[in-house]
Design a protein around this ligand. Structure first.
Ligand SMILES: [Cu+2]
Length: 68
């Protein structure tokens, strides 16, 4: 499982948006986003390009920080 920091989320709607965005990245499964911890965790069914995850988060209007 991988976990990355997500900046800019303020409500459950943001959580939904980030969850959807990360879920669409190839190889990603079981996305779990925490508003309190400001992070997103996911499983990999195949190696995931973290840059693609960051890009997807950015496109959705948020910022992905460091991997935890
Ligand atoms: Cu929100």
């Amino acid at each position: 499982m991988k976990t990355i920091e997500i900046k800019g989320m303020s409500c459950q709607h943001c959580v939904m948006t980030v969850t959807k965005a990360i879920s669409a990245v190839p190889g990603v499964a079981k996305v779990s986003v925490s508003l309190e911890k400001a992070q997103a965790s996911f499983e990999e069914t195949s190696p995931v390009d973290l840059q693609a995850v960051r890009q997807a988060v950015k496109k959705a209007g948020f910022e992905a920080g460091a991997e935890k």
